[in-house]
Write a protein that binds this ligand. Structure first.
Ligand code: ZN
Length: 207
């Protein structure tokens, strides 16, 4: 999908969307490294310090949900896969809802995502499996106030949480993990819509 294809797909869902270069944003991108959490797109601040990792739908849950894998064994395998790809796998909760504080996981586990059966495990069991396999669990702080969705196409880069929150979808991970790009981006849009997030997207390209 070209950046303009993404704009048109989002506009077709009633979003506002435009393509921007990295240098058009006030917030600088950062390079990901192997200590940075492979973590949820959720824009809130974390109790974990390593925010320079790729942002995905629910962290490790992004991979198993995209592949419609519902069992704990597949979740543990996905943790290994993320480590082998050079990132630090994670899932999250928040202060108020504990493990159910991840909006993506909550939508998935309560059967609210289109054409996707829920996982066979609870949020707590998912957290334990990820940690048993060597992944991290982070607790996010405060309330959601995301004002836009950054769809970042620049491989190896991300945006860190800040006071002016954004959902950050590092869409370049679709090639790292061989995911279907339109299906993943559609899921991202659906997730934001069902969480009553902003239907405003900036598609970030190099430059
Ligand atoms: Zn989340």
């Amino acid at each position: 999908m070209s950046p303009q294809d993404i704009v048109e797909a989002l506009e077709g869902r009633g979003w506002k969307a435009k393509v921007l270069k990295q240098s058009d944003l006030a917030q600088p991108s950062v390079k990901v490294d192997d200590a940075g959490l492979f973590k949820c797109v959720d824009g809130r601040k974390s109790d974990h310090s390593a925010m320079n990792g790729p942002k995905t739908l629910g962290g490790v849950y992004a991979l198993v949900a995209a592949r419609k894998q519902r069992d704990l064994g597949s979740l543990k395998e996905a943790v290994d896969e993320v480590k082998k790809a050079g990132f630090a796998p994670s899932v999250h909760g928040d202060e108020g809802s504990h493990e159910m504080g991840c909006g993506f996981f909550k939508l998935w586990s309560t059967g609210q995502l289109d054409d996707l059966d829920p996982p066979e495990y609870s949020a707590k069991e998912g957290r334990e499996a990820v940690q048993d396999a060597g992944g991290a669990y982070e607790t996010l702080e405060g309330k959601h106030s995301e004002s836009c969705v950054l769809i970042n196409l620049v491989e190896g880069t991300t945006y860190e949480p800040q006071n002016d929150q954004s959902f950050v979808v590092d869409a370049w991970i679709t090639s790292t993990f061989d995911l279907d790009v339109p299906a993943y981006l559609t899921r991202a849009a659906e997730t934001v819509e069902k969480l009553d997030g902003p239907k405003v997207a900036k598609i970030i390209v190099a430059g």
